[in-house]
Design a protein around this ligand. Structure first.
Ligand code: DHB
Ligand code: FE
Length: 282
């Protein structure tokens, strides 16, 4: 059976793609963000996962307001990134792990998570940039299964539901008939609001408590309704639902977690950024 080895969380922001394209990683503005990644890259180099299951939210590239699935899973051999209008270069396509995609889809639907299946799926900055942050040299040594969670158009799925989805994904990964190593990843958050009266809103106290909960009390944030999360973290801060799904998946593996890396930096653009890597203890 496949092995679930750990979980990673990272913020995503289109401006990160611009910084990479310009080689700005060591400038004073960007250094605190990019310096969080080498320990995670080293851990990945040692652990060598074969597959990443990526919880992310699309921002209008693949799904628009006319058709907005709550949960959607990619089942494609390749996921292409294209121009989203942010002025960042498109990144290399991601290779799909089709067999795991269908295993997850079949298992989730059997467990009454009625996901949308996508045999073609464009992936936006939320899915493409994290790969570039984890494997800066490109030529990614992993295949992926993208799991898209709606945070764009209300109603959004509840925090507890996202955690439960993650748990079902984690259990399914470990029942996948393969000897591959799998890691789960969350892309999004932490607190940020891009527009409206509270544009620029950041809640450091909540973010730090949330990050700590990922280590020691992973279901902590499931006590909050989506509206409470928006109030506490901003309209886009609700992307932390991805982190709950990732952590739900990891909760099914091993005997607890070991922290490999945890970093918090504010702000990049309008966003409080965080990077976290947790290893599943055997
Ligand atoms: C920003 C943050 C996001 O989560 C996103 O998807 C786009 C932009 C920002 O802070 O600029
Ligand atoms: Fe976003």
């Amino acid at each position: 059976m496949a092995k679930l080895i750990g979980g990673i969380g990272t913020s995503h922001i289109p401006a990160i793609g611009g910084a990479i394209a310009r080689g700005d990683q060591q400038t004073p503005y960007w250094k605190p963000f990019f310096d969080a990644f080498p320990p995670v890259q080293q851990w990945l180099g040692e652990q060598k996962p074969d597959v990443l299951v990526i919880f992310y939210n699309d921002h209008g590239l693949n799904f628009f307001l006319d058709k907005m699935p709550t949960f959607a899973i990619g089942a494609a051999p390749q996921y292409v990134n294209t121009d989203e209008g942010w002025g960042i270069p498109a990144l290399e396509p991601l290779r799909g792990e089709v067999d795991l995609s269908w295993h997850l889809i079949n298992t989730l639907i059997d467990k009454e998570f009625d996901v949308v299946t996508c045999q073609e799926m464009l992936v936006d900055h939320a899915c493409s940039l994290p790969l570039k942050l984890l494997y800066p040299a490109g030529n990614y040594p992993v295949t992926v299964v993208p799991v898209c969670i709606n945070t764009v158009q209300f109603p959004l799925p509840k925090a507890s539901r996202c955690y439960a989805l993650g748990k079902a994904v984690g259990e399914a990964i470990q029942r996948w008939g393969s000897d591959k190593k799998v890691a789960v990843m969350a892309s999004g958050g932490l607190s940020h609001q891009l527009d409206g009266e509270r544009a620029g809103f950041i809640n450091k106290q909540f973010d730090l408590q949330f990050l700590q909960s990922m280590e020691s009390n992973p279901e902590w944030a499931t006590q909050f309704s989506v509206h409470e999360l928006v109030e506490k973290t901003g309209t886009q801060g609700v992307e932390l639902l991805m982190w709950l799904a990732m952590r739900g998946a990891l909760s099914t593996a091993g005997s607890g977690v070991r922290k490999v890396q945890s970093s918090y930096h504010i702000p990049i653009s309008n966003t409080a950024t965080a990077v976290l890597a947790l290893e599943a203890r055997p």
